[in-house]
Design a binder for this molecule. Structure first.
Ligand code: WQD
Length: 325
C-alpha cells in the first residue's frame, strides 16, 4: 500500500515507518521536525517537511494518492500539557482536524491513530481493558480522547475507518539497530536512565518509593517500540480486511517498577547509574498494566520484544554508540 506517515521522523514514527517498509509498503513521511529528526528518515522513503497546522500544505501532501495514513504527530508531555493546554489544543486537536479534513478531501479512508493509555486516567481496576472508563488525568490524555471522538464521528458521517491504538509506555530501540536518533530532553524513565548511564546526567531521580507496589516505586507496562510498530501494520491489515474501525490497547501485559528498570540497566550496562529517591511526581498512578486481549483476538498481535532485557539492551546499544563507549 501507499502510506503517508504524519510524524514519521519521531521516535515511535521512525520505528513504524521501518516496519511498513520491511513489509513492502511504500512510505512517505510528513513531519515538521519539531521533535522528529532527519537522522530517523530512511533512504527508501519520501519526505515532505511540513506542519499539520498548515492545512493547504498538508492537503497538498495528502493528495498524492495514498491508501492510508498513520497519524503520530502530537506533543506528548503530560506534565507540560497541564501548564500549556493551549499548545496541546492547537497542535494535537486543531492539527488532527486538519488531517481528518484533508483525508476526506483527498479520499484517504484508513487512518491509524496514536492514542494513549493516558485516555483512561487513574486506574479503577487492573489490567486495564478497552472498556475501562476514560477519565484522563492530564490535558494531553484529554486531547487524545477527544481525537478518538472525532474519529468516531468521521467514521459515522464520512465513512473514514480508523484504528485508535492506545499505547502504554513505549520504550526501547529497533532490535536490529537501524534507528539511532535520541530524543531531546527526555522525561520518560528509560531514556533518563540511559542518560545517567552514559553520564549525560548525574543521577536518576526516582519519583517516590512509598507506593503500594512490589518495591514501593511506580509500576508501568513498558511496550517495546518494535512491538508498537508491528501493531500498526496489523491494525492497517485489519482495517483493509474488515473495513471496521477499532480502538485497542497495545501493551505487554506485564509491569516493571522503576527500581527493576534501574537494576536491569545497571546489570546490562555495567555502569553505576546513581539513583536518588525524591518525592512523588503529581498525577502519577502507582501501577498501570494493560490487557492486550483485544489486540490478540482482533489483530493476532502480542508483544514479542517487551522483556526488560530487550527494552534496556536495545536502548543501551544506541546510547552507548552515541557516547562512543
Ligand atoms: C514511568 C515511571 C515515574 C522519570 C508518560 C505519559 C503518558 C505516556 C507515556 C504518551 C513512573 C517514574 C520517570 C524519572 C521516575 N505518553 N520516573 N523518574 O508517566 O508512566 O507516562 O509517558 O502517551 O501519557 O504520562 O511515563 O516514563 O514518565 O514514567 O521515577 O525521571 O517512572 O514516576 O512511575 P508515564 P514515565
Amino acid at each position: 500500500m501507499k502510506i503517508l506517515v504524519i510524524g514519521g521522523a519521531g521516535y515511535i514514527g521512525s520505528h513504524v515507518c521501518r516496519e511498513f517498509l520491511d513489509q513492502g509498503h511504500q512510505v512517505t513521511v510528513f513531519d515538521n521536525l519539531s521533535s522528529g529528526l532527519e537522522e530517523n528518515l530512511f533512504p527508501e522513503e519520501d519526505f515532505i517537511k511540513g506542519d499539520i497546522l498548515d492545512a493547504p500544505a498538508l492537503e497538498k501532501a495528502m493528495s498524492r494518492g495514498f491508501d492510508a495514513l498513520i497519524h503520530l504527530a502530537a506533543f506528548k508531555a503530560a506534565g507540560e500539557s497541564m501548564l500549556k493546554p493551549e499548545k496541546y489544543s492547537v497542535n494535537n486537536i486543531t492539527g488532527t482536524i486538519n488531517i481528518l479534513n484533508g483525508a476526506v478531501a483527498t479520499g484517504i479512508t484508513y487512518v491509524v491513530f496514536s492514542s494513549s493509555a493516558a485516555t483512561y486516567g487513574e486506574p479503577k481496576y487492573l489490567p486495564i481493558d478497552e472498556d475501562h472508563p476514560t477519565e484522563p488525568e492530564n490535558y494531553y490524555g484529554f486531547t487524545k480522547l477527544e481525537i478518538e471522538r472525532f474519529l468516531k464521528w468521521y467514521d459515522k458521517l464520512k465513512g473514514l475507518k480508523f484504528a485508535a491504538l492506545r499505547y502504554f509506555n513505549a520504550a526501547g530501540y529497533d532490535v536490529k539497530g537501524r534507528i539511532t536518533g535520541l530524543e531531546r530532553n527526555p522525561a520518560n524513565l528509560l531514556p533518563v536512565v540511559m542518560e545517567a548511564a552514559v553520564g549525560m546526567r548525574s543521577e536518576v531521580q526516582v519519583f517516590g518509593n512509598d507506593y503500594d507496589t512490589i518495591d514501593g516505586t511506580g509500576v508501568r507496562d513498558y511496550i517495546h517500540v518494535n512491538d508498537l510498530a508491528v501493531g500498526h501494520v496489523a491494525a492497517l491489515d485489519y482495517l483493509a480486511r474488515t473495513n471496521q474501525s477499532l480502538t485497542v490497547n497495545l501493551g505487554s501485559e506485564s509491569g516493571l517498577s522503576v527500581l527493576q528498570i534501574i537494576d536491569a540497566a545497571r546489570k546490562i550496562t555495567g555502569r553505576p547509574i546513581p539513583a536518588r529517591i525524591v518525592g512523588r511526581r503529581p498525577g502519577d498512578p502507582a501501577k498501570l498494566t494493560a490487557s492486550a486481549k483485544r489486540a490478540k483476538e482482533l489483530l493476532g498481535w502480542t508483544a514479542q520484544y517487551s522483556d526488560v532485557e530487550t527494552l534496556v539492551r536495545t536502548s543501551w546499544d544506541v546510547y552507548r554508540n552515541k557516547a562512543g563507549l
